[in-house]
Design a protein around this ligand. Structure first.
Ligand SMILES: [Zn+2]
Length: 463
């Protein structure tokens, strides 16, 4: 057994010559920024510096401490700018950006049944999904999202597009009890999931998953089959859960129970289960979700726009349930800006509880970063700026009129910043956007393809 003293002595021996004489060479140093680490001590280093080597963070410290130990082949000066973990969008349907603006001012069930499901049935192909996902990826990179949990169709295409753009993602094959553009039967959806798990097994950026749409659109037998598949393939599950009061009514009709009880009766939960929304839950259901290690993807903007209700975020957090933030699809938001979602999560909680301390700026930023990482089971790799974690981070301009003056960086990020203030986005140590210029995608090509796809949608929805 190596004692702690021995380890310290050994480390000192190895590091002493480096720190005393020769700084180690790393690939990137981000210097002199206001570093919001979101680590366990909620450290904010002002100024701070981050050393990155390859895909990993090797040091987060003061600029002088980092300079004494490391020199870099590339340096970014972040003076006056905020450096923070990339935002984690725990629930979205990326390609739905192509339906952005369709069917406003409706409730969820009307919006789905009258607008979205029919439009999807007539338009979705692998290529349509690729074009939509690329548009979404562009928006996400430009607004500081470095990870997204996606549930949609043609998820192999989504995974490949995200990997090519350099964005981390969980891609969930939709399972729903009607024929879809990528699966005519339940068995076909399961086969697609198996293929997805195989294609992305061990992938650094992409996590395959399975995504049953909801309790009211998937039968009990098929929910069981989903659960079995997730366990066999060792992949996470994503599901819409207790999103609307109408869902509770349908669940009672179809399953004679509330959605959480339906799933628990089926022993549905996987080691990692992401439940989107979780609006209509009572205290005993919150306790049960905690005991089953279910994470909540809270989507305040979508819930407000569709008038679905308000997730009891404060109760979840008090019960120790992991809560992350999501945008949901852009068609019910209507954008993928996680800064806005973060702000609305804080405002909504303050409004509905009558307590201005509910979801503080610090809590909101935690939910959008490390909280989201816990929800998707990636807390050891992403979600905070700490040595040993993957280098997923963003640099945010704080010099614009709307950002001035700057007293409290955390409050400023949550209450005054939006996605357009992000200047640089880095995932896995790779710079995806530098000074607002996206490096991994051609913006003109993506926008032109998206405008082309809109013609298909217009034709599909024409009366
Ligand atoms: Zn959704």
């Amino acid at each position: 057994m190596i004692t702690r003293v021995a380890v310290v002595a050994l480390t000192a021996l190895v590091l002493a010559p480096l720190s005393a004489q020769q700084p180690a060479t790393v690939s990137l140093i981000i210097n002199n920024g206001i570093v919001i680490t979101v680590d366990g001590n909620r450290r904010v280093l002002n100024p701070g510096a981050i050393a990155i080597n390859g895909n990993a963070i090797v040091a987060v410290d003061t600029p002088s401490a980092v300079a004494s130990r490391y020199k870099a082949t590339q340096t970014i000066d972040a003076t006056g700018q905020v450096v923070m973990p990339g935002l984690i969008n725990t629930h979205t349907h990326a390609a739905m950006v192509l339906f952005r603006g369709l069917g406003s001012d409706m409730n969820l069930m009307d919006w789905l049944n009258k607008v979205i499901f029919p439009a999807e049935a007539k338009t979705l192909t692998a290529d349509f999904v690729r074009i939509g996902t690329e548009l979404a990826l562009l928006e996400m990179i430009q607004s500081g999202t470095t990870y997204f949990s996606d549930m949609y169709y043609f998820m192999d295409t989504v995974g490949r597009a995200a990997r090519a753009a350099g964005v981390r993602a969980m891609v969930g094959q939709t399972v729903i009890d009607f024929p879809t553009p990528d699966a005519n039967t339940h068995e076909e959806a399961i086969q697609r999931t198996v293929a997805l798990a195989k294609e992305f097994a061990g992938d650094e950026l992409i996590t395959p998953s399975i995504a049953p749409h909801a309790v009211y659109t998937v039968s009990a037998a098929h929910l069981e089959s989903v659960s079995r598949t997730a366990r066999q393939l060792k992949i996470p599950i994503q599901i819409h859960l207790s999103e609307t009061n109408d869902e509770l009514r349908q669940s009672a009709e179809q399953h004679q129970a509330r959605p959480v009880a339906v799933l628990d009766r089926l022993n549905f939960w996987a080691p990692i289960t992401v439940a989107a929304h979780g609006v209509w839950v009572n205290d005993s259901e919150i306790a049960l979700l905690k005991s089953r290690n279910v994470g909540i993807a809270h989507n305040p903007e979508s819930n407000m726009k569709l008038s679905s209700g308000t997730a009891p975020v404060v109760s979840y957090r008090r019960a120790g349930v992991n809560v992350g933030i999501g945008t949901d699809g852009a068609a019910s938001n209507n954008d993928l800006d996680m800064f806005e979602a973060m702000r609305q999560a804080a405002f909504q909680a303050k409004l509905v509880t009558g307590d201005p301390t509910a979801v503080s700026a610090v809590e909101a930023i935690e939910m959008a970063t490390i909280g989201g990482a816990r929800v998707v089971g990636q807390q050891d790799r992403i979600g905070s700026l700490e040595a040993g974690k993957r280098a997923d981070l963003i640099i945010v301009d704080m010099s614009r009129p709307r950002q001035t003056p700057l007293y409290d960086p955390v409050a400023q990020v949550v209450f005054a910043t939006n996605g357009n203030d992000v200047v640089t986005t880095i995932v896995n140590g790779t710079i995806l956007m530098r000074d607002r210029k996206v490096l991994t995608m051609d913006e003109g090509t993506v926008l032109a393809a998206a405008r082309g796809a809109v013609a298909t949608v217009r034709k599909a929805i024409a009366p």
